[in-house]
Design a protein around this ligand. Structure first.
Ligand code: FAD
Ligand code: MLT
Ligand code: ZN
Length: 489
């Protein structure tokens, strides 16, 4: 790919002005490494448009010279999706300045947000209007609407409200030829051909730049109850979830599995945290029930459900938060696992899903297989059990350095992904493919799926300027190391 010509850079600087165009390292560097510190890139400039018209103009100019663009929101991707490669040919296109909530209609239950709106700000604005946007995740203070749409983000409320795919009503986006797709219609039904909105959700910036999205809101929480329960096995945890759903109904909106290993990491690395229960439980479940208004106290319902769970031996101990502060302290334990894991050292991270009913057995068997094959590694598997999505992270043997990831870590990942594929699961449940999983996706994604994805990419972005090197496995090039790695026996 050609580097941007100086004429192009001058035109972009003139178009965007000093707030929208930067080349100095101090402005650009902070955005060239992913959140996990695993991928480092270079960019010819950082572009920060403030309007969709500017985005369209940028894409049109870059399309004319086939200059690659890497869109970026909060840069919290877990798969290096927003990090350019090391060539320096790409332009980093930040949507962070496009952070207006264009409209918020409580009656219609819709909020139209520009791509750079930070998730926590959307939460606040919706609450102020007596509504809520029912998707949250540990990176809510940085993740942006454009990134959430483009990764089809999940989080800890998928159990009840689904992923972004279910919460997006429409998107506005600039396509790779610079044309503006205006799909923000507030229509509840619109069957005009292929669903471009759904195509752009989860496209990871490879099919266009999302400039705004209309998002569904639900009634604000009237009452909620948060509980922490100790359980003996993942099997018991799943049975507990089904028991709670029977007794408490669909007001269960969070059910997160936390192994003792993850809780230990948080207690060790995150100041001000404490274990909610006495004693050390091999597995824990963080449970949240919420009702739109005080139709029936979720606390009483949760209290009776956990009481009966204790009687039948489903849980070994449990506590219900007595205040919002206690509830937040429990969620802080869960939301801090990634940060604690990062502080603790090197880990090969896997964001996998298998059929929900199979997850408990999968967790135990896969952990045994991995720890037997790679002595010294420690599995730290946690997360969204009710979605059949677990972060099956494998911590390197103590004192391993970053090189472990490219060495034994790759073999660990290949084994985990082989086990997931054999179980009929997915090697990416919510984080996407990015650059981190490209080779594994090429190896395990399935020829039909990959051929169709390549055909769509070719049709919409024939010059390949949109986020190159992410999500779409390159056509097998015998000289390409990536293809070589994908062919691994
Ligand atoms: P970025 O990281 O900036 O970009 C993500 C991808 O989207 C990249 O491919 C980028 O090119 C593309 N992109 C960004 N903006 C646009 C745009 N406007 N148009 C087109 N493409 C765009 N994810 C989950 O799903 N569930 C979780 O529970 C979860 N928990 C997390 C916890 C922590 C502590 C952290 C650090 C991350 C977590 N994530 C989780 C991952 C991450 O937060 C999500 O993937 C999120 O959607 C990324 O949003 P972002 O704005 O940071 O996007
Ligand atoms: C989470 O659920 O905490 C996130 O997806 C982040 C992670 O996998 O670490
Ligand atoms: Zn997650």
């Amino acid at each position: 790919m050609p580097s941007p010509s100086s004429a192009l850079l001058e035109r972009l600087a003139a178009l965007l002005g000093p707030k929208g165009f930067a080349r100095e390292a101090t402005a650009v560097e902070p955005w060239l490494t992913d959140w996990r510190g695993r991928f480092h890139g270079k960019a010819a400039a950082l572009l920060s448009p403030s309007t969709r018209e500017d985005v369209a103009a940028i894409v049109g100019l870059c399309a004319a010279e086939a200059v690659p663009l890497v869109p970026q929101g909060g840069n919290t991707s877990m798969v290096g999706g927003a990090t350019p490669d090391g060539s320096g040919e790409a332009l980093l296109l930040s949507l962070r300045r496009m952070n207006r909530i264009r409209s918020l209609d409580p009656a219609a239950g819709l909020a139209t947000c520009e791509a750079g709106v930070i998730l926590a700000h959307l939460h606040e604005a919706a609450l102020a209007a007596g509504r809520r946007f029912p998707l949250t995740l540990g990176a809510r203070g940085s993740a942006t609407v454009g990134g959430l749409v483009s990764t089809n983000a999940g989080g800890t409320q998928v159990l009840r409200f689904g992923t972004m795919r279910r919460l997006v009503q429409g998107v506005e986006a600039v396509l790779p030829d610079g044309s503006l797709f205006e799909g923000l219609s507030p229509l509840k039904k619109d069957n005009r051909g292929y669903d471009l909105t759904q195509l752009l959700i989860g496209a990871e910036g490879t099919l266009g730049i999302v400039t705004a999205a209309s998002l569904r809101l639900v009634p604000a929480v009237g009452e909620r109850a948060v509980a922490w329960a100790g359980v003996e096995t993942p099997q018991a945890a799943l049975k507990l979830l089904r028991h709670l759903e029977t007794v408490v109904g669909d007001s269960i909106e969070g059910f997160e599995l936390v192994p003792a290993s993850a809780l230990d990491l948080v207690l060790e690395h995150v100041p001000g945290t404490r274990a909610p229960l006495a004693g050390r439980h091999p597995w824990n479940a963080l449970i949240e029930a919420a009702v739109p208004m005080a139709v029936a106290s979720p606390e009483k319902a949760l209290y009776s459900a956990l009481g009966s769970a204790l009687e039948i031996g489903l849980v070994t101990d449990a506590t219900i938060a007595a205040s919002d502060a206690q509830a937040e302290a429990m969620w802080r334990l869960r939301d801090s696992i990634s940060e604690a894991e990062k502080k603790d050292g090197i880990a090969a991270k896997h964001d996998i899903s298998v059929p929900v009913a199979d997850m408990p057995a999968f967790l135990v068997e896969a952990a045994e297989a991995v720890e037997a094959r790679f002595p010294g590694v420690r599995v730290n598997a946690f997360g969204h059990l009710g979605d059949g999505n677990i972060h099956f992270n494998v911590r390197a043997p103590r004192s391993s350095g970053p090189a472990w990831l490219e060495g034994e870590g790759e073999a660990v990942t290949a084994l985990v992904h082989d086990l997931v594929t054999a179980a009929g699961g997915s090697i990416s449940a919510e984080h996407g493919i990015g650059q981190m999983k490209l080779a594994e996706f090429a190896r395990l994604g399935g020829a039909t799926r990959i051929a169709a994805i390549r055909a769509i990419k070719q049709a919409l972005d024939p010059a390949g300027i949109m986020n190159p090197g992410k999500l779409v496995p390159p056509v097998e090039d015998p000289h390409d190391g990536l293809a070589e790695r994908a062919r691994r026996p």
